[in-house]
Design a protein around this ligand. Structure first.
Ligand code: SF4
Length: 402
């Protein structure tokens, strides 16, 4: 198929899990196998119906996230990939990721079959190398199963493997986290995502947080800073707050979110930023299937994003990454002075939270990543103040202010 310069990522949400982990607030249903076939049929239909809108794009990343996509089984996953490959212009070297859990990945033959279907990257939910910690958060696999799944992935010829870990688990010590990180690194993944445990409202963890011994903020910060140092020592580059990769193995799909590139999501709860519109679908499997089947409404939100909002997002998302933000890019896209933003970043430089990068760029340091929300808040305030100043000047007819 002819390749287009415009690129697009596809996100396919698979809202099924064998059981719910106590910290999880993703949209996923436990024990709903009986709904899988209907859901796959609805997804295929939705993909086919949306394809004409993507006719001028080359799809360079496809990401099956969840939920637990591997729980869907090879046959259904193959059907979905076949539909995508038939109806979209998928680049030959597209990154095609499957999120998997160790208990549902299957053996190396299953992995090989997934590879033949087009999947070339696996993201495995590991979370901890300590079976007691896994049990405490409701994970239904052991670390031995993680090791078996990694062996199956390698034997099945997966050359791009990512492991997800969580620090700050109930009862976890710094030593315990160090052991988990060492055990995960020993599996030699190309990519690691390390997230601090978040207690989300409405989850069982939220209700039980008092009784569980959760590491405090200081201990979580120590775990994070140690992670950054240790993974760098082991040859992993930190390219985003929580993401680390061997050279050349950044997640191309996730980079789309942080660089304001276009992506189209499918499935209940999936978000999109496509054709200048940000939209999402209802977090309700039955409503999604019924809507697709009948041609009814499935959107839960839809908003055209104006340039002003994109300017803010360039700063917010750029400061999450190691690439950071650039004066030239900012001034070209926002058509206003970088000085107020730079003023904030300069003030934080001596405290070790920010650093200059290249000729005209800035990024946060690991210490800055730890307090990124506060820093981004200060930067956005400075940007808002500058915009107000320009608007007031324009209202006075003073166009020399830039
Ligand atoms: S496996 Fe993942 S998506 Fe499923 S319940 Fe656990 S954390 Fe949530």
């Amino acid at each position: 198929m002819k390749q287009s310069a415009q690129t697009l990522g596809l996100y396919i949400h698979i809202p099924f899990c064998k059981s719910k982990c106590i910290y999880c607030d993703f949209y996923s249903l436990p024990s709903a196998e009986d709904q899988m076939d209907r859901y796959v049929a609805a997804l295929c239909r939705h993909l086919v119906e949306t394809a004409p809108q993507a006719a001028s794009y080359t799809v360079d990343t496809v990401y099956f996230g969840g939920g637990t996509p591997s729980y869907l089984g090879v046959k259904r996953l193959r059907k979905l990939m076949k539909t995508i490959l038939k109806h979209y212009h998928v680049a030959r070297d597209a990154e095609v990721t499957l999120e998997a859990n160790p208990d549902s990945l299957g053996d190396w033959r299953a992995v090989r079959a997934l590879g033949r279907a087009g999947f070339n990257r696996l993201s495995l939910g590991v979370q901890s190398a300590d079976d007691e910690e896994l049990k405490a958060i409701g994970r239904i696999h052991t670390f031995a199963q993680v090791q078996q799944a990694v062996a199956a992935a390698r034997k099945g010829k997966i050359k791009n493997l990512s492991l997800d870990l969580i620090y700050g688990l109930p009862g976890q010590t710094l030593e315990g986290w160090k052991k988990t990180l060492a055990a995960a690194a020993a599996l030699e993944p190309e990519h690691l995502s390390c997230y601090g445990l978040k207690v989300e409202e409405g989850t069982p963890l939220w209700q039980r947080q008092e009784e569980l011994e959760l590491p405090d903020d200081d201990l979580q910060a120590d775990m994070y800073l140690w992670t950054v140092e240790e993974l760098e020592r082991r040859g992993y580059e930190q390219y985003e707050i929580s993401n680390f990769a061997r050279p050349g193995f950044f997640s191309r799909h996730n980079m789309k979110y942080w660089t304001l590139a276009e992506y189209a999501g499918f499935g209940p709860g999936a978000h999109s930023d496509f054709g200048g519109v940000r939209y999402a679908f209802e977090r309700d499997l039955s409503a999604y299937c019924a809507g697709v089947e009948s041609g009814g409404e499935i959107l839960s939100e839809s908003e055209a994003i104006d340039d002003r909002e994109r300017d803010r997002e360039y700063l917010m998302l750029g400061l999450r990454t190691a690439v950071g933000i650039s004066r030239k890019v900012f001034e070209n896209r926002c058509r206003m002075s970088f000085a107020p933003v730079e003023g904030v970043l300069e003030r934080l430089e001596s405290a070790g939270y920010t650093k200059r990068q290249g000729d005209d760029g800035w990024r946060l340091t690991p210490e800055g990543f730890l307090v990124s929300n506060q820093i981004i808040g200060q930067v956005l305030d400075a940007l808002g103040e500058e915009k107000r100043r320009r608007e007031e000047a324009a209202a006075r007819g003073d166009y020399r202010v830039r």
